[in-house]
Design a protein around this ligand. Structure first.
Ligand code: 5GP
Length: 114
């Protein structure tokens, strides 16, 4: 069996995380290496390796993740705006093979990314 990703280990409670939200479909926690004053990682409980692996039957789950991100941004008072990022695959800079959304805020972010 393939080795569990670090995010699956967080879902299973095997390693700690600063969890800011959880429900039956997803989990949100603070990134261990924050790139902005607020840096949250939002993941589905379902093991989907990347955005490239999202199926047609995952549409409702993806909607739930996006709505959850919007609610988190409100709760965390990111009133000046924020950025949501999904790194996908090698060229996308993905390092953990469990689909995740980055929610970044609390400072002005530059564009374009590197
Ligand atoms: P990626 O580079 O795959 O888009 O993002 C993976 C993110 O997961 C990185 O921002 C990294 O800092 C974060 N990360 C990696 N390991 C851990 C961990 O054990 N705990 C937490 N909270 N975040 C992690």
């Amino acid at each position: 069996m393939a080795e569990k990703t670090i995010f699956k280990r967080i879902i299973d409670g095997e390693i700690p995380a600063d969890i800011v939200h959880q429900d039956e479909q997803c989990l949100a926690f603070r990134d261990i290496s924050p790139q902005a004053p607020t840096h949250i990682v939002v993941i589905p409980r379902k093991e989907i390796p990347s955005l490239a692996h999202v199926g047609d039957d995952d549409a409702a789950l993806m909607g739930h993740l996006v709505v959850t991100i919007r609610k988190l941004a409100e709760q965390l008072q990111l009133d000046q705006g924020y950025r949501v990022i999904v790194n996908c695959g090698l060229y996308g800079g993905q390092t953990v093979d469990h689909l995740h959304f980055h929610l970044l805020g609390g400072r002005a972010l530059s564009w374009p990314p590197g």
